[in-house]
Design a binder for this molecule. Structure first.
Ligand code: NAP
Length: 260
Protein backbone atom coordinates (compact mmCIF):
# COMPACT_ATOMS: atom_id res chain seq x y z
CA UNK A 1 0.00 0.00 0.00
CA UNK A 2 1.33 3.46 -0.89
CA UNK A 3 1.13 5.44 2.34
CA UNK A 4 1.23 8.71 0.41
CA UNK A 5 3.85 10.34 2.67
CA UNK A 6 6.98 10.20 0.48
CA UNK A 7 9.01 13.39 0.95
CA UNK A 8 7.40 14.32 4.27
CA UNK A 9 9.65 15.25 7.21
CA UNK A 10 9.33 13.34 10.49
CA UNK A 11 10.71 13.26 14.02
CA UNK A 12 10.86 9.94 15.83
CA UNK A 13 11.96 10.23 19.46
CA UNK A 14 13.80 7.52 21.41
CA UNK A 15 14.48 5.67 18.18
CA UNK A 16 17.94 4.11 18.26
CA UNK A 17 16.42 0.77 19.31
CA UNK A 18 13.15 -1.01 19.96
CA UNK A 19 9.72 0.36 19.10
CA UNK A 20 10.95 3.84 18.16
CA UNK A 21 13.40 2.32 15.72
CA UNK A 22 10.61 0.12 14.30
CA UNK A 23 8.57 3.28 13.64
CA UNK A 24 11.55 5.09 12.10
CA UNK A 25 12.26 2.17 9.74
CA UNK A 26 8.64 1.89 8.59
CA UNK A 27 8.43 5.65 7.97
CA UNK A 28 11.74 5.58 6.10
CA UNK A 29 10.42 2.70 3.97
CA UNK A 30 7.51 5.00 3.06
CA UNK A 31 9.98 7.68 1.92
CA UNK A 32 9.91 10.00 4.96
CA UNK A 33 13.07 11.99 5.77
CA UNK A 34 13.76 11.72 9.47
CA UNK A 35 15.30 13.26 12.53
CA UNK A 36 15.79 10.48 15.06
CA UNK A 37 16.78 10.82 18.69
CA UNK A 38 18.19 8.85 21.64
CA UNK A 39 20.75 9.59 24.37
CA UNK A 40 23.67 7.29 23.39
CA UNK A 41 25.32 8.88 20.38
CA UNK A 42 27.17 5.82 19.04
CA UNK A 43 24.14 3.49 18.83
CA UNK A 44 22.00 6.32 17.45
CA UNK A 45 24.52 7.22 14.74
CA UNK A 46 24.80 3.59 13.63
CA UNK A 47 20.99 3.30 13.49
CA UNK A 48 20.70 6.50 11.44
CA UNK A 49 23.37 5.33 8.96
CA UNK A 50 21.74 1.92 8.62
CA UNK A 51 18.24 3.33 8.00
CA UNK A 52 19.51 5.95 5.54
CA UNK A 53 21.45 3.40 3.51
CA UNK A 54 18.67 0.80 3.44
CA UNK A 55 15.81 3.13 2.54
CA UNK A 56 17.53 5.98 0.67
CA UNK A 57 16.09 8.76 2.84
CA UNK A 58 17.80 11.49 4.84
CA UNK A 59 18.19 10.52 8.52
CA UNK A 60 19.63 13.07 10.97
CA UNK A 61 20.59 11.71 14.40
CA UNK A 62 20.32 14.04 17.39
CA UNK A 63 21.78 12.66 20.63
CA UNK A 64 19.80 14.20 23.49
CA UNK A 65 17.62 13.38 26.46
CA UNK A 66 14.11 14.04 25.13
CA UNK A 67 12.73 14.37 28.67
CA UNK A 68 14.63 17.63 29.27
CA UNK A 69 14.03 21.16 27.93
CA UNK A 70 17.64 21.28 26.63
CA UNK A 71 17.30 17.92 24.88
CA UNK A 72 14.09 18.92 23.14
CA UNK A 73 15.58 22.27 22.12
CA UNK A 74 18.47 20.41 20.43
CA UNK A 75 16.07 18.12 18.56
CA UNK A 76 13.80 20.99 17.50
CA UNK A 77 16.82 22.97 16.27
CA UNK A 78 17.70 20.10 13.90
CA UNK A 79 14.16 20.28 12.50
CA UNK A 80 14.34 24.07 12.22
CA UNK A 81 11.13 23.98 14.23
CA UNK A 82 9.16 22.05 11.59
CA UNK A 83 7.94 18.51 11.01
CA UNK A 84 5.00 16.93 9.22
CA UNK A 85 5.10 13.79 11.34
CA UNK A 86 5.88 13.46 15.06
CA UNK A 87 6.29 10.19 16.93
CA UNK A 88 6.77 10.80 20.65
CA UNK A 89 8.50 8.18 22.78
CA UNK A 90 10.86 7.85 25.76
CA UNK A 91 12.05 5.11 28.05
CA UNK A 92 9.50 3.63 30.44
CA UNK A 93 9.63 4.17 34.22
CA UNK A 94 10.92 1.39 36.50
CA UNK A 95 8.55 -1.16 38.05
CA UNK A 96 7.84 -1.23 41.80
CA UNK A 97 5.11 -1.31 44.42
CA UNK A 98 2.57 1.49 44.81
CA UNK A 99 4.02 2.43 48.21
CA UNK A 100 7.55 2.84 46.78
CA UNK A 101 7.34 6.06 44.82
CA UNK A 102 8.14 9.56 46.01
CA UNK A 103 7.00 12.86 44.54
CA UNK A 104 10.31 13.07 42.65
CA UNK A 105 9.72 9.64 41.09
CA UNK A 106 6.30 10.79 39.87
CA UNK A 107 7.71 14.06 38.48
CA UNK A 108 10.37 12.09 36.58
CA UNK A 109 7.76 9.74 35.12
CA UNK A 110 5.48 12.65 34.20
CA UNK A 111 8.38 14.45 32.50
CA UNK A 112 9.31 11.35 30.50
CA UNK A 113 5.94 9.86 29.63
CA UNK A 114 3.56 12.80 29.59
CA UNK A 115 5.08 16.28 29.60
CA UNK A 116 7.81 15.72 27.00
CA UNK A 117 5.17 14.53 24.50
CA UNK A 118 2.96 17.51 25.36
CA UNK A 119 5.88 19.94 24.89
CA UNK A 120 6.82 18.43 21.51
CA UNK A 121 3.22 18.65 20.31
CA UNK A 122 3.03 22.26 21.50
CA UNK A 123 6.22 23.02 19.55
CA UNK A 124 5.41 21.22 16.29
CA UNK A 125 1.63 21.00 15.87
CA UNK A 126 1.01 24.75 15.32
CA UNK A 127 3.25 24.59 12.21
CA UNK A 128 1.41 21.49 10.98
CA UNK A 129 -1.89 23.35 11.43
CA UNK A 130 -0.61 26.33 9.47
CA UNK A 131 0.43 24.03 6.62
CA UNK A 132 -2.88 22.13 6.84
CA UNK A 133 -1.41 18.65 7.31
CA UNK A 134 0.18 16.70 10.14
CA UNK A 135 0.31 13.37 11.93
CA UNK A 136 1.22 12.66 15.55
CA UNK A 137 1.57 9.24 17.13
CA UNK A 138 2.31 9.06 20.85
CA UNK A 139 3.77 5.75 21.97
CA UNK A 140 2.05 5.02 25.28
CA UNK A 141 1.25 1.55 26.64
CA UNK A 142 -1.29 -1.21 27.02
CA UNK A 143 -1.20 -0.17 30.69
CA UNK A 144 -3.46 2.78 29.81
CA UNK A 145 -6.27 0.32 28.97
CA UNK A 146 -5.39 -2.46 31.40
CA UNK A 147 -3.23 -1.05 34.19
CA UNK A 148 -0.33 -3.20 35.36
CA UNK A 149 0.13 -3.22 39.15
CA UNK A 150 3.91 -2.97 39.23
CA UNK A 151 3.97 -0.24 36.57
CA UNK A 152 2.10 2.38 38.61
CA UNK A 153 4.34 5.24 37.46
CA UNK A 154 3.69 4.29 33.84
CA UNK A 155 -0.07 3.83 34.40
CA UNK A 156 -0.30 7.28 35.98
CA UNK A 157 1.88 9.32 33.62
CA UNK A 158 0.56 7.78 30.41
CA UNK A 159 -3.05 8.18 31.54
CA UNK A 160 -2.35 11.90 31.91
CA UNK A 161 -1.09 12.06 28.32
CA UNK A 162 -4.11 10.07 27.14
CA UNK A 163 -6.48 12.58 28.73
CA UNK A 164 -4.59 15.51 27.20
CA UNK A 165 -4.66 13.96 23.71
CA UNK A 166 -8.39 13.19 23.96
CA UNK A 167 -9.13 16.92 24.09
CA UNK A 168 -6.28 18.32 22.01
CA UNK A 169 -6.69 15.91 19.07
CA UNK A 170 -10.23 17.16 18.47
CA UNK A 171 -9.12 20.78 18.65
CA UNK A 172 -6.49 20.38 15.90
CA UNK A 173 -8.35 17.99 13.57
CA UNK A 174 -10.16 20.80 11.68
CA UNK A 175 -6.71 21.97 10.49
CA UNK A 176 -5.80 18.60 8.99
CA UNK A 177 -3.68 17.39 11.90
CA UNK A 178 -4.40 13.87 13.09
CA UNK A 179 -3.23 12.92 16.61
CA UNK A 180 -3.53 9.41 18.06
CA UNK A 181 -1.86 7.15 20.61
CA UNK A 182 -0.37 3.74 19.89
CA UNK A 183 -0.44 1.34 22.85
CA UNK A 184 2.13 -1.46 22.83
CA UNK A 185 1.45 -4.68 24.61
CA UNK A 186 4.52 -6.83 25.07
CA UNK A 187 7.02 -6.53 22.21
CA UNK A 188 10.40 -8.22 21.94
CA UNK A 189 12.74 -5.31 22.75
CA UNK A 190 15.33 -4.53 25.44
CA UNK A 191 12.49 -3.17 27.59
CA UNK A 192 10.69 -6.55 27.42
CA UNK A 193 13.96 -8.33 28.30
CA UNK A 194 14.35 -6.15 31.35
CA UNK A 195 10.73 -6.75 32.45
CA UNK A 196 11.23 -10.51 31.95
CA UNK A 197 14.48 -10.19 33.91
CA UNK A 198 12.49 -8.71 36.82
CA UNK A 199 10.04 -11.64 36.77
CA UNK A 200 12.92 -14.12 36.50
CA UNK A 201 14.57 -12.63 39.59
CA UNK A 202 11.36 -12.36 41.62
CA UNK A 203 10.22 -15.91 40.84
CA UNK A 204 13.59 -17.66 40.65
CA UNK A 205 13.12 -18.83 37.05
CA UNK A 206 15.18 -18.27 33.90
CA UNK A 207 14.47 -15.33 31.57
CA UNK A 208 13.49 -17.85 28.86
CA UNK A 209 10.96 -19.44 31.23
CA UNK A 210 9.59 -16.00 32.18
CA UNK A 211 9.11 -15.21 28.48
CA UNK A 212 7.53 -18.61 27.76
CA UNK A 213 5.03 -18.09 30.58
CA UNK A 214 4.16 -14.61 29.36
CA UNK A 215 3.79 -15.78 25.75
CA UNK A 216 1.34 -18.44 26.90
CA UNK A 217 -0.98 -15.65 28.16
CA UNK A 218 -1.12 -13.93 24.73
CA UNK A 219 -3.67 -15.22 22.19
CA UNK A 220 -1.02 -15.02 19.40
CA UNK A 221 1.33 -17.02 21.69
CA UNK A 222 4.16 -14.68 20.76
CA UNK A 223 5.56 -11.25 21.53
CA UNK A 224 5.04 -8.48 19.02
CA UNK A 225 8.02 -7.25 17.03
CA UNK A 226 9.34 -3.76 16.35
CA UNK A 227 8.35 -4.38 12.69
CA UNK A 228 4.71 -5.11 13.65
CA UNK A 229 4.67 -1.94 15.69
CA UNK A 230 6.37 0.21 13.07
CA UNK A 231 3.96 -0.88 10.34
CA UNK A 232 0.95 0.22 12.42
CA UNK A 233 2.65 3.49 13.35
CA UNK A 234 3.43 4.26 9.69
CA UNK A 235 -0.20 3.61 8.74
CA UNK A 236 -1.29 6.02 11.49
CA UNK A 237 1.06 8.62 9.94
CA UNK A 238 -0.23 7.99 6.42
CA UNK A 239 -2.74 9.77 4.21
CA UNK A 240 -5.14 6.89 4.92
CA UNK A 241 -5.43 7.78 8.62
CA UNK A 242 -7.24 11.06 7.90
CA UNK A 243 -10.43 9.98 9.70
CA UNK A 244 -8.77 8.35 12.75
CA UNK A 245 -8.77 11.04 15.45
CA UNK A 246 -7.97 10.84 19.17
CA UNK A 247 -7.84 7.04 19.23
CA UNK A 248 -5.91 4.67 21.46
CA UNK A 249 -4.82 1.82 19.22
CA UNK A 250 -3.96 -1.27 21.22
CA UNK A 251 -1.37 -3.60 19.72
CA UNK A 252 -1.11 -6.50 22.13
CA UNK A 253 -1.80 -9.77 20.31
CA UNK A 254 -5.18 -9.89 22.08
CA UNK A 255 -3.60 -10.06 25.53
CA UNK A 256 -5.98 -7.53 27.11
CA UNK A 257 -9.27 -9.31 27.63
CA UNK A 258 -11.48 -6.37 26.75
CA UNK A 259 -14.18 -5.89 24.12
CA UNK A 260 -13.65 -2.21 23.23
P1 NAP B 1 13.87 -0.03 24.39
O1 NAP B 1 13.99 -1.17 23.46
O2 NAP B 1 14.52 -0.08 25.72
O3 NAP B 1 14.36 1.28 23.57
C1 NAP B 1 14.28 2.51 24.17
C2 NAP B 1 14.81 3.56 23.21
O4 NAP B 1 14.54 4.82 23.78
C3 NAP B 1 16.31 3.49 22.99
O5 NAP B 1 16.60 3.93 21.69
C4 NAP B 1 16.82 4.49 24.04
O6 NAP B 1 18.12 4.94 23.69
C5 NAP B 1 15.76 5.56 23.92
N1 NAP B 1 15.56 6.41 25.10
C6 NAP B 1 15.27 6.00 26.36
N2 NAP B 1 15.16 7.05 27.17
C7 NAP B 1 15.36 8.15 26.40
C8 NAP B 1 15.39 9.55 26.68
N3 NAP B 1 15.19 10.02 27.92
N4 NAP B 1 15.64 10.41 25.66
C9 NAP B 1 15.85 9.95 24.41
N5 NAP B 1 15.84 8.64 24.10
C10 NAP B 1 15.62 7.75 25.09
O7 NAP B 1 12.32 0.27 24.73
P2 NAP B 1 11.01 -0.08 23.88
O8 NAP B 1 10.59 -1.46 24.19
O9 NAP B 1 11.22 0.32 22.48
O10 NAP B 1 9.94 0.86 24.59
C11 NAP B 1 9.60 2.15 24.11
C12 NAP B 1 8.48 2.69 24.99
O11 NAP B 1 7.34 1.82 24.92
C13 NAP B 1 8.86 2.77 26.48
O12 NAP B 1 8.28 3.89 27.06
C14 NAP B 1 8.25 1.51 27.05
O13 NAP B 1 7.97 1.61 28.42
C15 NAP B 1 6.96 1.42 26.23
N6 NAP B 1 6.42 0.05 26.20
C16 NAP B 1 7.15 -0.98 25.71
C17 NAP B 1 6.60 -2.24 25.71
C18 NAP B 1 7.38 -3.42 25.19
O14 NAP B 1 6.91 -4.55 25.35
N7 NAP B 1 8.51 -3.26 24.57
C19 NAP B 1 5.30 -2.46 26.21
C20 NAP B 1 4.59 -1.37 26.69
C21 NAP B 1 5.15 -0.11 26.69
P3 NAP B 1 19.11 5.58 24.80
O15 NAP B 1 19.06 4.66 26.00
O16 NAP B 1 20.44 5.64 24.13
O17 NAP B 1 18.57 6.93 25.11
Amino acid sequence: MDLGIKGKRGLVCAASKGLGRGCAEALAAAGVDLVINARSEDVLTRTAEDIASRFGVKVTPVAADITTDEGRAKVLAALVGQADILVTNAGGPPPGQWTDWSRDDFIKALDANMLSAVALMQALVPGMMERGWGRVVNITSQSVRTPIGVLGLSNAARSGLTGFVAGMSRAVAPSGVVVNNLLPGIHATDRAESLDGGVSKAEGISIEEARKRREATIPTRSYGTAEDFGATCAFMCSQHARFMVGQNILLDGGASNISI
